[in-house]
Ligand binder design. Sequence first.
Ligand SMILES: Nc1nc2c(c(=O)[nH]1)N[C@H]1C(S)=C(S)[C@@H](COP(=O)(O)OP(=O)(O)OC[C@H]3O[C@@H](n4cnc5c(=O)[nH]c(N)nc54)[C@H](O)[C@@H]3O)O[C@H]1N2
Ligand SMILES: Nc1nc2c(c(=O)[nH]1)N[C@H]1C(S)=C(S)[C@@H](COP(=O)(O)OP(=O)(O)OC[C@H]3O[C@@H](n4cnc5c(=O)[nH]c(N)nc54)[C@H](O)[C@@H]3O)O[C@H]1N2
Ligand code: SF4
Ligand SMILES: [Mo]
Length: 740
Amino acid sequence: MKKVVHAACPHDCPDACGVLITVQDGLATKIQGDPEHPVTRGFLCAKVAKYLDRVYSPDRVLYPMRRVGPKGPAACAAEAGEGARATQGIQKQSWQRISWDEALDEIASRFRAITAEFGSESILPYSYGGTLGALNGASMDRRFFHRLGASQLERSICSAAGEAGLKSVLGVKLGTEPEQFRDSKYIIAWASNIHGNNVHLWPFIAEARRQGAKLVVIDPYRTRTAACADWYLPINPGTDAALALGMMHVIIGENLHDADYVSKYTIGFEQLQEKVKEYPPERVAQWTGIAAEDIRRLAREYATVRPSVIRLNYGVQRSERGGMATRAITMLPCITGGWKEIGGGLQMSLSGAVDLNTEALKRPDLMQAALGREARTINMVELGRVLNKQNDPPVKALFVYNSNPASVCPDHKEVVRGLMRPDLFTVVHEQFFTDTTDYADIVLPATTFFEHKDLQKGYGHYYLQVSNQAIAPLGECRSNVEVFRALAERMGFEEECFRESVDEMIDAALESNDPWMEGISRKRLERGQVRMNFSASGTRLPASGGAHLRSAGQPGAAVPTNANSTPTMPFLPFAQGGFRTASGKAELYSESVKALGLDPVADFTPPTESRHGTKGKTLPLELLARKSDNFLNSTFTNVPSVQEMEETGLLEICADDARARGIADGDKVRVFNHRGDMVLKARVDGKVQAGVVSASLNWAKMTPGFQSINALISEKLTDMGNSATFYSVLVEVELSKPPH
Ligand SMILES: Nc1nc2c(c(=O)[nH]1)N[C@H]1C(S)=C(S)[C@@H](COP(=O)(O)OP(=O)(O)OC[C@H]3O[C@@H](n4cnc5c(=O)[nH]c(N)nc54)[C@H](O)[C@@H]3O)O[C@H]1N2
Ligand SMILES: Nc1nc2c(c(=O)[nH]1)N[C@H]1C(S)=C(S)[C@@H](COP(=O)(O)OP(=O)(O)OC[C@H]3O[C@@H](n4cnc5c(=O)[nH]c(N)nc54)[C@H](O)[C@@H]3O)O[C@H]1N2
Ligand code: SF4
Ligand SMILES: [Mo]
């Protein structure tokens, strides 16, 4: 029997694609994009187009496993007498298959014993972006750990600094919808690797360019998007706040701002006007490496070629002062009034539009009941320090799911040292034998999105979806929801919520007072994507439509995109104010930012670990430890057909910096700082400027010496949001000496 199942890609990606899975006699035979999805429109990125290879990979974890060999990847490889290839064949040497009953019993009894001796907060859950599904991302797991009284995890490794910066101005994570980029005349991709990380925005940009729009890219790395831009501005890492302040110096100084919008909908303009006087283009040029004349031109074009829109992505906020940088950039459309126009404004995260009932999903009240107070919170970025130094109480058990910290977490060597602790009981729920399973005591097999049902929101568009289950779980795989349900039962937790079905949980999540959720039911979502119900809220809709509405023949009229969707009108969240800050205005001056000890307007200080920073004299090069275009953080790195698309193990360096060190393209080089080192292959390809080098994230066990590039990254947190500082790192590079 053949059927086509509607699903949604759950990976940590703004696009949240609509997916169609063809199933023949219980076997998935084809994956394709859902052409009905108005944003992702029928195509998938190259890696997910190969998803059948991932689902049916011979390397999947299919059964619960108990460790029998020593912890660590070296042990696994040595035992197998082979190189450090992450295949199940090698891994099997360290593992013994056990039943689910044995696995659950062992986990429950260890958790009980640890709680009795050290308290329940010595148990730490560790999860992040494996799936963004509302249920398998954060529901039964949270109920379980709340009821257990485990430590809470501050999940700030990715975007917290930027979210705090954005919200300090807007009060909410909303912005320009991707569909409107086709109506823009001036598009700035600011720290935004669109072809790599957000590919479904590209067709809208291409459409705008066919109608004469200009694309500007601001990025220290010459991405594929930068290579095809009309204007590429390489910027020194971590200096974006200076550029935004410099642009506002020009815009305000030349009276190019929208005085009417500013007076109606913002507060703090006078203070901003004073502040930007400190940032004339000549001064900003010294930090950013962008010529003063270019800064002037950028500011003038941005303010006058309209509509203009900024696609701001998370690259700027992985920097020590990333919150402030995001804050300063977010002010730009607030002073130009760009928010009023279809195709104007700014997009970073749009996730604030979907107000799921997270209390019902996560049940934080269970923690109160268990402990009589909030459990302590541990920042996921600081895992290395926490495992090695935290003592009040020490972490004695770690439960990892939806994450691969032994690859993705800063200060990799400290993380590994912690994971090697013989007294640490580690459970990893995974689809594959990753870097982190190398340190697990118990590995549990996890389903992929083909094998379970979930509710899927996106952060790069305004559509909600249900991802239906397409095939039965492989082997003995279980979803996150089912694992924590089973564990709750083993622990004797009797609350009704641990027995809720998946459909009941979806229904509970959708039960929300938010008018934008009106009329959005599970039944509708099961058939396909549904746009947030903006028309239910009294949000101002424009009197005359954008180009796409005109081409549909009815200016300003409702245009249904597909039978299952709410009619779509361009959504302009801030056309008439509507900011969700304390003042209700866009806050160019913010008391809450001041309360953090930061400049209440905005300012620029170079990151300490940068060439202009206080540690700038210690090492000469700034490292961008980037993501790969064809992987998703550390996911997909082990799938052979995906590996073929991505060259790994490179250290990209400019010709001058290479020559000064006697390095030629293809040489083996050592990149190092006081935290760690890694041997990579030099690539002199013009992607980075002098003073900057780049290397990308991969599984540690795929590289010689089992190192992740995160061995060079510090645990230092950002100015806002306690995020990681992956892009504020100083290093040196030298020719690698042969071992003998
Ligand atoms: N193919 C692919 N897609 C992905 C991911 C992936 O790993 N691979 N990861 C997913 C995840 S988890 C996320 S959070 C999103 C992230 O997607 P993005 O927000 O795009 O994040 P990054 O790739 O970290 O950074 C974007 C760009 O910022 C640049 N950059 C670095 N430092 C600076 C700086 O100081 N200033 C400026 N102007 N630019 C800077 C980088 O070179 C990069 O090209 O993408 C998601 N999508
Ligand atoms: N150097 C450097 N480091 C980085 C970054 C960078 O740009 N550079 N990016 C950072 C960012 S933005 C992020 S978001 C983090 C991402 O860090 P993580 O969230 O840890 O992301 P992944 O590496 O994708 O690992 C997710 C794991 O979850 C597993 N998984 C997928 N679905 C499920 C499921 O349903 N159940 C279970 N149990 N497991 C599942 C996958 O197999 C995968 O191994 O990495 C950060 N680390
Ligand atoms: S990873 Fe992103 S672009 Fe690729 S299929 Fe998933 S949502 Fe779409
Ligand atoms: Mo991320």
